[in-house]
Design a protein around this ligand. Structure first.
Ligand code: C2E
Ligand code: CA
Ligand code: CA
Length: 846
C-alpha cells in the first residue's frame, strides 16, 4: 500500500502523482527525495523496455559521463549484468559493495574506474500486478553496505516509482479510451448524441446535423422527445425508461427532420455508466429512411405484381431457366399450384399444336436476350388451351448482364377467337369451310409476285359435271351437302401446303407448288378425279359425281392471277368438251378460241330456236363387218349469226341451267323423227335414230307424255327411236331412273347408255339397267393402240355386254386400226370420223 510510505518529507511527491503531473517530473522528485535521505547517494532510475528486454536510463543522467551513459543504453536484463540488470532479472535487491571486485561488474571494471564509482545497490521496481517496471539504483564513490533504514528507503522509493508509473499508465489508458470515444463520436456516420437523465440532449455529433438537418447548437439542451412524432412517442419513452435501468435498447422510430419531413431511424440506446451509476444515455440513430422507402417500394411492387390480372412469371437466365416467381394470375391462368411450377422450366405450357414457329421465335429471344411479344397457344394443367399474349423481356443487372427473364402473359382467347372468327369469315366459304374466292385471289396474287423465276405454280380449276341438274332434281339441301362432301374429300386429298378454294357454285380451284414436273401434276389430277369418283352417300342417296379439271401453269407472260385463272377455266371447258371426268392442260391455241360470253349467250340461246339458228346433224353408226349404216345419231348444231359455230358442249350445259334444254330437246326429237321418217320412206331397210337426252329432260314428269305425243304426231315407229342417256343422269336416283327407263321401253323405244366407261358404271350395275345398247366412250380410243389397259377393258366390256344381250357401239373411231380391232372383238357398231363426221341430213352418204 502506498500510504505506508507517505511521510512529511515525501508528501509533495504524492501530490505530484495525484495531480497527474508528467511522469518524468514525478520520477525526478523521487530521485531528489532519496538523494536527500541517503548521504552521498547517486540515484538513477532505469525503465524496462518489455519488447526488447532491456533497461534504459530515465533519471540521473547528470551524474554520469557520456561514455558511461553510452554503456547504460539498452542495458541487458540478465544474471551477472551489473547491479541493475541482475536486480531486474531476479526481481530482487542487488547490493554490490565493491564494484571492482564484484564478478557481476567484471566486464565494466575499466569504465567504473574512470567513472570513480565504487558501490551500487539496485532495487527492482515492480508493479502491483508483479510486472517489472525497471530498477532504482544508488551509486556510491566509496565501499558501502546499506543499513536496514537505507534498504527501507530504497524500497519506499521503488514503490513510489511503481505507483507513479501505474498511475501514469492508467491515465494514458484513459486518454486513449477518450480519444477512441471522441473519434467514434466524431466520425461515426450515424447520428450519436448524449441525453441526460432528464431526457435533455447534452451533445451531438456531426452526423446528427447531417441526418436531422438541425445544427448542433440548436439541439443542445433540447428535450429529446420533442423530435419524435406522436406515433413513435410511446416507443421512445419505454426504451428510455429501460435504458435508465441500465439496459441497452434497439428499435425503430420516426423522427422529424428540420424540414418537417419524417425520417425513419434505427435507434440504439446505450446507458452511460460512471462509477457504477447511470449518468446518461448515448443514443445512436441510423437513418433508414431510404432503406424503408425502398422496402416500401419493393413491397408495393410485389403487391402490384402479385395482384396483377396479367400472369407474371420470372425465370432464372441460367441453363435450364427455372422459374423463380409466379403471381396469382399466372396460377389461375394455368391451373397449376406454385409448388408445381417453381424450379421448373416454363416449357410445360406448350402443347401438341403450339406453333413451332412461335416457339422458335421465343427460343431466339431467350438466346439473344431481347424483348419479344407473341401470341401463343398454351395449355393448362387440365389439358385445355388458351391463347396467350406473351411479352418476354430480359432483366439486366447493374452491369447489363441478363440474370432473369420476365414474362407477362394475358389470356386473349376470347378476343383472339373473335378476331379469328371475323378473319375466318372474311376468307372462308360459309358452305364448305374452304377458302373463298377472295382469299384464293389474294393468295394467288401474292404467290405469283413472290415466286422464284424458275419455280412452277399450277392452277387446277375444277368444275363438277352435271351438278346443276342434280341440284334441281334432288333439291338444294342435298346439293349443298354434296358440295360439302366434295369439299371435304378434296381437302383430305390435297397436301397441307396446297391452296384449295371454292370459287363459286360447283367450281373449285387448287394451287399447287413444289411439283417436280407437269407429269406429276397430271397424275395428281388423275388421282383427284378417281378420288371423287367414289359415290357419295347423302341423306340416303348414293350420288356419283364427276368433275372436269383445267390445268394452267404460270409463265413469264402472266403477271396477274386472273389471267392464270382464265387459262385454267379455258382448259376446264376443254376437258368438258373432251367428254368430262377428265383433265386438260392449258394450251396457247385456246386463246384463239372465241371467248365465251355466257351472259350474252344465255340471251341469245332463248332466240336461237325462234330464229331457226339450230340444226340437227346426223352421224352414221356403221356395222363394221358389212360396212352398212344401221343407224344415225342426231347431234344438234347452233350457228350463231355473229359468233358462228357454237359447240353443243358449250351451249347444252348452259341450256340445262337456263331450262331452255326442255324446248330444245323436244325440238331435236321432233326434228329427228321427222327427218328419219322422211328418209326411211325411200329406203328398203329403215334406219333407226338416236337422240341425246339431257338429264333435266329425262327427269321431267311430262317427258313421257311429250315422247308419246311426238311419236304420234310424227308417226315415227317407236322401235326405230333410241334415246341416249348417260350414267350421270341415272345415278342420282337409280330406282326412279330405272322406272322411267322401263316406261320408255314400254313405249317400244330403245335406250342406249352413252359415254359408257367415263362414269362409274361398274359392269355389275349395268345388269340392273333396262338398256339395249352401250356406247363405249371415245376416250377409250384416244390412245389406241398404245394404251394396253384401255384395249383390255374394251375387250372385256364387249364380252360382258354381249352376255347381257346388249349391243355395243364404239364412238369416236378415227383410224383403220381401231376399226380392225373392234371388228375382231365383235363390236356391233362403230361411229366416228373414220366413216363420217356429223353432217346435215342431205349430206349423208348412205
Ligand atoms: P356425245 O353424245 O358423246 O356425242 C358424240 C360426240 O362425239 C359428238 O360431238 C361428235 O361430233 C363427236 N364425234 C363423233 N365421232 C368422232 C370422232 O371420230 N372423233 C372425235 N374427236 N369426235 C367424234 P358433238 O356433236 O360436239 O356433241 C357433243 C356432245 O353434246 C354430245 O356428246 C352430247 O353429249 C351433246 N349433244 C349433242 N347434241 C345434243 C342434243 O341434241 N341433245 C342433248 N341433250 N345433247 C346433245
Ligand atoms: Ca350421244
Ligand atoms: Ca357419247
Amino acid at each position: 500500500m502506498a500510504s505506508q510510505f507517505i511521510s512529511k518529507d515525501n508528501s509533495h511527491i504524492f501530490q505530484l502523482i495525484s495531480q497527474g503531473d508528467n511522469l518524468r517530473i514525478v520520477l525526478e522528485a523521487i530521485t531528489a527525495w532519496l538523494e536527500s535521505q541517503i548521504q552521498d547517494a547517486i540515484v538513477s532510475i532505469m525503465l524496462y523496455d518489455k519488447s526488447n528486454g532491456v533497461l534504459n536510463l530515465v533519471c540521473g543522467h547528470e551524474h554520469f559521463s557520456p561514455e558511461y551513459l553510452e554503456m547504460l543504453k539498452e542495458f541487458p536484463v540478465q544474471a551477472q549484468s551489473g547491479a541493475c540488470g541482475t536486480a531486474a532479472f531476479h526481481k530482487d535487491l542487488v547490493i554490490s559493495e565493491n564494484l571492482i571486485t564484484d564478478p557481476k561488474w567484471k566486464a565494466l571494471r575499466d569504465i567504473l574506474l574512470t567513472e570513480k564509482l565504487t558501490s551500487c545497490w539496485s532495487m527492482p521496481v515492480i508493479s502491483t500486478d508483479g510486472d517489472l517496471y525497471g530498477t532504482f539504483a544508488t551509486y556510491y564513490r566509496t565501499v558501502r553496505k546499506p543499513s536496514n533504514i537505507e534498504i527501507n528507503l530504497l524500497e519506499r522509493a521503488a514503490h513510489l516509482v511503481s505507483l507513479a508509473i501505474d498511475i501514469d499508465r492508467e491515465r494514458e489508458q484513459k486518454l486513449l479510451i477518450n480519444e477512441k470515444y471522441s473519434s467514434f463520436f466524431k466520425y461515426q456516420p450515424d447520428a450519436v448524441f448524449e441525453v441526460n437523465l432528464e431526457g435533455y440532449i447534452v451533445s451531438a455529433n456531426v452526423a446528427f446535423e447531417k441526418i436531422t438537418g438541425f445544427l448542433g447548437n440548436e439541439i443542445k439542451g433540447q428535450y429529446y422527445f420533442n423530435f419524435v412524432p406522436e406515433t413513435s412517442l410511446e416507443t421512445v419513452k419505454t426504451a428510455f425508461e429501460h435504458s435508465l435501468k441500465g439496459e441497452s435498447q434497439h428499435y425503430e422510430l420516426q423522427a422529424y427532420h428540420a424540414s418537417g419531413e419524417l425520417l425513419w431511424l434505427e435507434i440504439t440506446n446505450l446507458p452511460i455508466k460512471h462509477n457504477k451509476r447511470i449518468v446518461g444515455i448515448l443514443v445512436i440513430a441510423k437513418d433508414i429512411t431510404a432503406k424503408n422507402r425502398y422496402q416500401e417500394r419493393i413491397r408495393l411492387l410485389e403487391r402490384a405484381i402479385q395482384n396483377s390480372t396479367h400472369g407474371v412469371v420470372i425465370a432464372h437466365a441460367d441453363a435450364d431457366m427455372p422459374i423463380v416467381y409466379v403471381n396469382a394470375a399466372f396460377l389461375a391462368m394455368t391451373g397449376y399450384t406454385e409448388s408445381e411450377i417453381v424450379g421448373r422450366n416454363w416449357r410445360f405450357l406448350k402443347g401438341p399444336d403450339t406453333d413451332a414457329n412461335t416457339l422458335k421465335k421465343i427460343k431466339n429471344a431467350l438466346i439473344t436476350k431481347t424483348q419479344l411479344q407473341v401470341k401463343i397457344k398454351n395449355y393448362r394443367k387440365d389439358g385445355s388451351w388458351f391463347w396467350n399474349q406473351l411479352t418476354l423481356a430480359p432483366i439486366l443487372d447493374d452491369l447489363g448482364h441478363c440474370t432473369h427473364f420476365l414474362g407477362i402473359q394475358q389470356d386473349v382467347t376470347k378476343e383472339w377467337v373473335n378476331e379469328e372468327y371475323i378473319e375466318y369469315q372474311k376468307t372462308h366459304d360459309y358452305l364448305t369451310g374452304l377458302f373463298n374466292r377472295r382469299a384464293f385471289d389474294e393468295y394467288l396474287e401474292k404467290t405469283l409476285k413472290n415466286i422464284q423465276p424458275l419455280k412452277d405454280l399450277y392452277l387446277l380449276y375444277i368444275d363438277l359435271d352435271d351438278f346443276s341438274p342434280l341440284n334441281e332434281t334432288l333439291g338444294h339441301i342435298v346439293g349443298d351437302k354434296l358440295l360439302q362432301a366434295v369439299a371435304t374429300r378434296m381437302k383430305n386429298f390435297i397436301r397441307d401446303k396446297d391452296m384449295l378454294s371454292r370459287i363459286s357454285g360447283d367450281e373449285f380451284a387448287i394451287i399447287l407448288l413444289d411439283f417436280k414436273t407437269p407429269d406429276h401434276v397430271a397424275e395428281f389430277a388423275e388421282r383427284l378425279l378417281k378420288n371423287l369418283s367414289t359415290p357419295f352417300q347423302i341423306d340416303g342417296h348414293k350420288i356419283h359425281i364427276t368433275a372436269s379439271i383445267g390445268i394452267a401453269k404460270n409463265c413469264s407472260q402472266i403477271y396477274q392471277g386472273i389471267h392464270l385463272i382464265q387459262h385454267a377455266i379455258l382448259s376446264m371447258q376443254e376437258a368438258k368438251k373432251q367428254g368430262r371426268n377428265t383433265w386438260s392442260w392449258y394450251q396457247e391455241k385456246y386463246n384463239d378460241l372465241p371467248k365465251i360470253d355466257y351472259i350474252n349467250l344465255r340471251l341469245d340461246l332463248s332466240e336461237a330456236l325462234e330464229k331457226s339458228q339450230l340444226n340437227v346433224f346426223y352421224q352414221p353408226l356403221v356395222q363394221p363387218k358389212t360396212g352398212e349404216v344401221a343407224s344415225l345419231e342426231a347431234l344438234i348444231r347452233w350457228i350463231h349469226p355473229e359468233k358462228g359455230f357454237i359447240p353443243p358442249d358449250v351451249f347444252i350445259p348452259l341450256a340445262e341451267r337456263t331450262g331452255h334444254i326442255v324446248s330444245i330437246g323436244r325440238w331435236v326429237l321432233q326434228q329427228a323423227c321427222h327427218d328419219i321418217f322422211k328418209l326411211n320412206k325411200n329406203r328398203e331397210r329403215p334406219l333407226s335414230v338416236s337422240v341425246n337426252i339431257s338429264p333435266l329432260e329425262f327427269h321431267r314428269t311430262n317427258f313421257l307424255n311429250d315422247l308419246e305425243e311426238i311419236l304420234n304426231v310424227s308417226q315415227f315407229p317407236p322401235q326405230l327411236l333410241k334415246l341416249e342417256v348417260t350414267e350421270g343422269m341415272l345415278i342420282t336416283d337409280v330406282q326412279k331412273s330405272i322406272e322411267i327407263l322401263h316406261a320408255i321401253r314400254a313405249l317400244g323405244i330403245k335406250v342406249s347408255l352413252d359415254d359408257f366407261g367415263t362414269g362409274y358404271s361398274s359392269l355389275s350395275y349395268l345388269r340392273r339397267l333396262p338398256v339395249d345398247q352401250i356406247k363405249l366412250d371415245k376416250s377409250f380410243f384416244e390412245n389406241f393402240p398404245i394404251d394396253q389397259q384401255d384395249t383390255a377393258i374394251v375387250k372385256l366390256i364387249i364380252e360382258i355386254a354381249h352376255q347381257l344381250n346388249l349391243e355395243v357401239v364404239a364412238e369416236g373411231i378415227e383410224i383403220y386400226e381401231q376399226v380392225k380391232f373392234l371388228t375382231e372383238y365383235e363390236c356391233d357398231m362403230i361411229q366416228g370420223y373414220f366413216y363420217s363426221k356429223p353432217v346435215p341430213i342431205n349430206q349423208l352418204k348412205l
